[in-house]
Write a protein of this length. Structure first.
Length: 470
């Protein structure tokens, strides 16, 4: 096992890899419930309830397949699951039109699976031919250094939001947790306690790291989880009643969805999607977002794990891209939206994960969720948020290597860094950074033949921003 996964070669050990795998799982376990919620807009009634059940099972199976591919083919400590944002876009593009028109939402769902399948096949072709890795390597050096830092800010922002450390504000968009208001309204336990526990968990990680204690992130997750249940006087419970029905609905409409002739007809000629041109634009959009989300995540987590080659690119990037593509195809066949490499993988990397064994452990945890759905709900958000925030701290260090004296590097790098959290999208940050780099390079007279690939990426993003609302 040591030789196969290169555990010793990468400076790790089995215990660390297991802890890292558990850390990654707990950091991204929310997707098990969140993905079907997003695809059905939190509805579990009637046909939408069937879709919820089918997507629940399909999401777990897709995550297991994709993560095991990362483990045994790419041998990297990255986990895969259905992408956030893309699942909401799936609902808006395929489920919502059927709801508005009074049509069959199951047919809309299955037509959407066809679009996901086609985009997955396109991913796969690009990966096998090496085009996806060439796109990744074509990114300018300033963006390669800015992407990990931008992802760090993004996942820290997610952590802050998940527990209410950062809250919405109608005037300033965001604000710090309103502790005074929560106390005055008798809502401290629900509105502010999770934020305090998360901040305490972050401090605990920092102290343990300073003392060089192994497994600091996982220790923090366990400690905050126990503190949460003790302070709220609640007891976690298991409800097994829906497990059987979930498998029935998965077999009835999920795994069979893309094999229906009507699904293909609806995908390219159905009124809900809008015809062939709209279908093509949807395929391109899913391709673009998944491609650059994955590229960004791979650069970010590989950088944190010191798994970059001499050119600053992730090792075995071609294999990682192929794993991502196969997971998307498998997910579409089983009945769920686009799968992508998860940014929360950085939590496991932060806990010391360096090999595919980390991914094996994460996949095993996901597999358990098929039969113990509430297991994913046991760990509260306030316990995993500190892990995300701490990883954000670690990933920011790469930005110091950007040449801030050169405006052509500084401005695109800064835009990529700041736009990821502000637009809530890794791919948006990369796209805006590419556009800025291309425009500055062109008008400053520094444009070279090697910049053509970045220009094409910039043009594609401009078209996406102008033609597709997400």
């Amino acid at each position: 096992m040591d030789k196969f996964f290169k555990i010793s070669e990468r400076g790790s050990n089995v215990k660390t890899e297991i802890i890292a795998g558990l850390t990654t799982f707990f950091a991204m376990a929310y997707i098990v419930i969140t993905n079907p919620n997003q695809i059905t807009s939190f509805s579990t009634d009637g046909a939408l309830g069937q879709i919820w059940n089918a997507v629940y099972v399909a999401s777990i199976l897709a995550a297991v397949i994709g993560t095991l591919l990362m483990a045994f083919y790419a041998k990297m400590p990255f986990a895969q699951a259905c992408g956030m944002g893309l699942n909401s876009f799936f609902f808006v593009s395929f489920i919502l039109p059927a709801l508005i028109s009074g049509g069959d939402v199951v047919k809309g769902y299955q037509a959407g699976l066809v679009i996901i399948l086609v985009s997955g096949i396109v991913f796969l072709i690009f990966s096998i031919t090496g085009l996806r890795s060439k796109v990744a390597r074509a990114l300018p050096d300033c963006l390669k250094k800015a992407i990990p830092a931008g992802i760090g800010l993004f996942i820290a922002f997610i952590g802050f939001q998940n527990v209410g450390i950062i809250q919405a504000n109608q005037y300033t968009l965001v604000q710090f947790n309103d502790f005074h208001g929560a106390i005055a309204n008798g809502e401290f336990m629900t509105a502010s306690l999770p934020a305090l526990l998360a901040l305490g968990g972050l401090v605990l990680i920092a102290v343990l790291e300073k003392l060089k204690v192994k497994g600091s992130v996982l220790i923090s997750i366990v400690t905050v989880t126990v503190a949460y249940y003790l302070s709220t006087w609640t007891v976690p419970s298991f409800d097994m009643s829906q497990v059987g029905q979930a498998f029935k609905d998965f077999a009835a409409i999920g795994v069979t969805g893309v094999f229906h002739v009507d699904a293909w007809k609806d995908a390219f000629t159905g009124p809900a999607i809008g015809g062939v041109v709209s279908a093509i634009m949807l395929v391109v959009t899913f391709c673009l977002v998944d491609m650059f989300d994955t590229i960004g995540t791979l650069y970010g987590t590989a950088s944190q794990a010191n798994l970059l080659d001499e050119n600053g690119d992730p090792i075995d990037v071609d294999k990682c891209m192929t794993c991502d593509s196969v997971a998307t195809v498998a997910g579409a066949v089983m009945g769920t939206s686009t799968c992508t490499t998860f940014v929360e993988s950085a939590a496991g990397v932060g806990a010391g994960g360096r090999t595919g064994l980390t991914s094996v452990v994460t996949a095993a945890c996901f597999l358990l969720c098929l039969f113990l759905a509430p297991l994913a709900k046991l760990v509260p958000a306030c316990a995993t948020a500190p892990a995300l925030i701490y990883v954000g701290v670690l990933m920011l260090k790469g930005f110091s290597k950007v040449d801030m004296n050169d405006v052509r590097s500084a401005v695109p790098a800064f835009l990529a860094l700041i736009m990821m959290p502000l637009t809530y999208s890794i791919s948006n940050g990369i796209g805006i950074g590419c556009i800025a780099y291309t425009v500055i390079t062109l008008f400053s007279g520094k444009y070279k033949k090697t910049d053509i690939a970045v220009t094409i990426i910039a043009i594609l993003f401009i078209l996406r921003f102008c033609l597709v609302t997400m």
